[in-house]
Design a protein around this ligand. Structure first.
Ligand SMILES: C[S@@+](CC[C@H](N)C(=O)[O-])C[C@H]1O[C@@H](n2cnc3c(N)ncnc32)[C@H](O)[C@@H]1O
Length: 189
């Protein structure tokens, strides 16, 4: 794996994920990941959560992840945009741990540039029934607040430069938030 690929990958381990799941002792059995890529983090999530749903836009990496995850139990892989799937997931009447990691990045083989979905995902989550004690994990804290014009599909739209804790917290009634490894975690009330 090249250094750049590594830099852009999820940066928490299984222990971090167990900590995040248990911090408020809420009953959470479903993990939703946007951006499967090769399925590396999906594997870890499947060791911590009973059910994992992971969504990948790029067909090459979707197929690769299906191969990589074929022996992991409780994992459902979907080849679509998180923006189409997330509203359906939000109809489920259970606590969910959402791991938001869908975005264009430079990898090999290269993927096609696509719109930055994070703020639309947060809008969708904001409309979810508030009775659930969800956990929202946003990856790539190292990129928060940074100008990354080379990653943009549309140069006029704010992406990573607008991803700062203050803007993320606006979407939720939360009981707690914390940086864990390279992720920003919000425990929803
Ligand atoms: C940084 S990688 C994900 C890494 C993975 N979560 C991990 O930790 O191993 C980002 C992935 O998001 C995918 N992606 C980009 N836009 C997407 C969208 N709208 N819906 C789903 N996946 C998307 C990209 O194709 C890419 O494979």
């Amino acid at each position: 794996m090249k250094k750049k690929d590594k830099e852009d990958m999820g940066n928490i381990n299984q222990d971090n994920l167990i900590y995040i799941k248990n911090k408020h002792n809420d009953d959470i059995n479903l993990f939703y990941e946007s951006g499967t890529h090769k399925g590396q983090f999906t594997k870890i999530a499947s060791l911590v959560f009973e059910n994992v749903i992971t969504v990948e836009l790029d067909t090459y990496f979707y197929n690769l992840s299906c191969k990589n995850l074929s022996e992991y139990k409780g994992v459902k892989t979907i080849n679509d945009s998180t923006l189409n799937i997330l509203p359906k997931i939000c109809e489920r009447d259970e606590n969910i741990c959402f791991y938001l990691d869908a975005h264009f990045f430079r990898c090999s083989p290269p993927i096609t540039k696509s719109e930055f979905p994070l703020f639309k995902e947060l809008d969708i989550l904001n409309k979810r029934n508030i009775k659930h004690n969800d956990v929202i994990i946003i990856d790539d804290v190292h990129t928060f607040g940074k100008q990354r014009p080379e990653l943009k599909l549309n140069p006029s739209i704010l992406e990573w430069e607008n991803v700062i804790p203050e803007n993320l917290l606006k979407y939720f009634n939360y009981k707690d938030y914390e940086q864990v490894g390279n992720t920003f975690v919000i425990w929803v009330q």
